[in-house]
Every structure is written in structure tokens, then in C-alpha cells.
Write a protein that binds this ligand. Structure first.
Ligand SMILES: [Zn+2]
Ligand SMILES: [Zn+2]
Length: 277
């Protein structure tokens, strides 16, 4: 970014976020109701609607598939969560959603004002550099989420007042895809903060960052369905179910890498063999 063109360059980000706002708000709300609102408020409403849609669409589709269409294939009948458990998870997640939506709203504000190292287009750095930068970004996120999550357990007040909300789901038949976003609002935000920190460290492609944030919503639904995917080195639901029952293992995010490195990994297959005995 050269000094003189800084303002012009930042305008590219504002154009992009305005475009997202127009698509989401424009298709769901009458024009008069949102067009005069300040840009950050529009962004917050768009993130709120987007987050809610991702949460319900991924949750419902996944539940429909594993509990109805493939009944008894992946989840034994007596381990299907009750409607009451799922409704409670939806209630907790929806109470937190306005707060979750504030995080990308703040991060977009920082991007639009040039505080971060974001780039607007992949061609600004070229594909090889883009791939390197996004790999570093993902490593930072893996590392950041692992330690954030681990500290939420190790620092007792943080556990008691924040993270315990998510850990009331500690049996197979209380965990469901809807538990994915059932956190204390501050807990959910803290665990997503590594995505924002990365923007200050790595020249991140902004659109990819937005996509990765929304991917979190889908991923977190997936790791709460209790189905062990057995896809090394992915840290799927098999691992995360263990996290919900031992509280001491598998703090990690997309991969088993960090738990393996920091010696908190517990493999679902080892647990499976114990169950048989
Ligand atoms: Zn936890
Ligand atoms: Zn969980």
C-alpha cells in the first residue's frame, strides 16, 4: 500500500462490506428501513442475520440428516438428544448471537480504517504469497484458539463464569449440532479473537477472512454431533465429545496438531476400545 493511495485502497474494503450489506439487508428489509443507518450498524445487522442463518441452516440440515434421514446409522437411538436439550442450546446461542455479531463488525471497522494488514485482492500479493499468508493465518488461529480454549478451562474464574455455560452438555444425548454456538457471549467472542489478531500480523485477504469466520459457524455445529469422522488429522466430533466428557483433552480447533504438540490429545479410538471392555 503506498502512502498517497491509502485512502483509495481502503475504499475497496468499504465497497466490499457495503456490497455485503446491500445483498443481505436489501433482500430482507425494505429499503427505507436500513439505508439511512450508519455503516457499522448496517454491518452489525448483516452479521447478525448472516450468523443466525448459518447457525440454523447448518444446524437443521445436520440434525435432519443424522437424526432423521440416517436414523440409527451414525447415532444410536438412545443417544439422540432430546428436543428440550436442543431448544435450550438454541436459546443460549440466540441470546449470544447479537454479541457474537459485534466481533466481525469491529474487525471490519478496523480493516476499513486501515489498522490491520488486510489486502483487498489476491492479485495485490499474487497467489503464492496469498497461500503462504493464509497458511500462517491458519496456524495462528489453530494456536490461538487452542490456548484461548485451554485458558478458559485452566483459569478457574473464566471457566466458572464463562466457559461452564458450554460445558453443561456433557453426555452424548445432550450434545447436538445446536450446541455449536451455545456459549456465554464473551466466551464465544474470546474463542474467535485469534481470527482478528491474525489480521494485525499477517497480510490477510479480507474476503477469505470473512469466509473463514462464517466457516467457524458450520464447523462448530459439526464437531458437536458426536460422530467420529476418522479423518486424520482433522479434530472432528469424536475428539470434541471427549473434550466434553473429560474437560482435560482435545482443546484444539480444526486439527489435532496443537493437542498433540502440547500433550493434551486423546484419541477416540483408544476410548472406544475401553468402552468395549
Ligand atoms: Zn471446553
Ligand atoms: Zn463444545
Amino acid at each position: 500500500m503506498d502512502g498517497g493511495g491509502g485512502g483509495d485502497y481502503l475504499k475497496l474494503f468499504v465497497d466490499e462490506t457495503s456490497f455485503y450489506n446491500r445483498i443481505v439487508l436489501g433482500s430482507l428489509m425494505p429499503a427505507g428501513t436500513w439505508e439511512s443507518l450508519p455503516h457499522p450498524i448496517q454491518t452489525w445487522i448483516r452479521n447478525y442475520i448472516g450468523g443466525t442463518l448459518v447457525y440454523f441452516i447448518s444446524g437443521f440440515l445436520w440434525c435432519f440428516f443424522i437424526y432423521f434421514l440416517k436414523r440409527n446409522v451414525y447415532v444410536p437411538k438412545d443417544e439422540i438428544p432430546t428436543k428440550k436439550a436442543m431448544l435450550l442450546q438454541i436459546y443460549v446461542a440466540m441470546k449470544a448471537m447479537p454479541w457474537y455479531s459485534a466481533l466481525p463488525t469491529v474487525s471490519e471497522y478496523m480493516v476499513e480504517n486501515g489498522w490491520t494488514r488486510c489486502i483487498s485482492s489476491i492479485s495485490d500479493v499474487g497467489w503464492p504469497a496469498y497461500l503462504v499468508y493464509m497458511s500462517i493465518y491458519l496456524v495462528l488461529v489453530e494456536f490461538g484458539i487452542y490456548w484461548m480454549h485451554r485458558e478458559l478451562h485452566d483459569i478457574k474464574p473464566l471457566y466458572k463464569y464463562l466457559h461452564a455455560t458450554h460445558h453443561i452438555y456433557n453426555k452424548e444425548n445432550t450434545l447436538s449440532p445446536f450446541a455449536g454456538l451455545a456459549f456465554h457471549p464473551l466466551d464465544g467472542i474470546l474463542q474467535a479473537v485469534p481470527h482478528v489478531i491474525a489480521l494485525f500480523v499477517v497480510p490477510t485477504h479480507f474476503t477469505t477472512h470473512v469466509a473463514l469466520l462464517f466457516l467457524e459457524g458450520i464447523w462448530t455445529a459439526n464437531i458437536h454431533d458426536c460422530i467420529h469422522g476418522k479423518l486424520w488429522p482433522v479434530m472432528g466430533a469424536g475428539y470434541h465429545t471427549i473434550h466434553h466428557t473429560t474437560y482435560r483433552h482435545n482443546y484444539g480447533h480444526y486439527t489435532i496438531w496443537m493437542d498433540w504438540m502440547f500433550e493434551t490429545l486423546r484419541d477416540p479410538m483408544d476410548d472406544g476400545s475401553k468402552k468395549v471392555m
